[in-house]
Design a protein around this ligand. Structure first.
Ligand SMILES: [Zn+2]
Length: 104
């Protein structure tokens, strides 16, 4: 599994990432915690060449991707170099607890 926590609605089946007490689609409070399977598709990707903090600086920059999980939510991830829009990826939490996307 991915370690990426999501929630899903017991009434309409929609899934989302950020914790809520009620479904954003239908308003039901039948909300269940779940773990994303880890499969996803790259929605967008960019390379950060100027890190916002010195401790995040990586020579040559680092990738950031928006990945649409197979369950539906779209999440931001650190991205393996070279991935492109439309690529199938695996998302899993890194040692720092942040999601990372790598080629599936
Ligand atoms: Zn719902």
């Amino acid at each position: 599994m991915s370690g990426v926590a999501i929630q899903s609605c017991g009434a309409c089946g929609r899934s989302w990432q950020f914790r809520r007490a009620a479904c954003p689609a239908c308003g039901s409070s039948s909300v269940a915690e779940a773990e994303a399977g880890g499969g996803g598709t790259v929605w967008s990707v960019t390379t950060v060449l100027r890190a916002p903090l010195p401790e995040l600086d990586v020579p040559g920059g680092y990738g950031i991707a928006l990945v649409t999980l197979d369950e539906g939510p779209r999440i931001m991830c650190r991205a393996e170099a070279g991935i492109s829009i439309g690529d199938r990826v695996r998302v899993a939490l890194g040692e720092d607890g942040l999601p990372r996307a790598s080629r599936a």
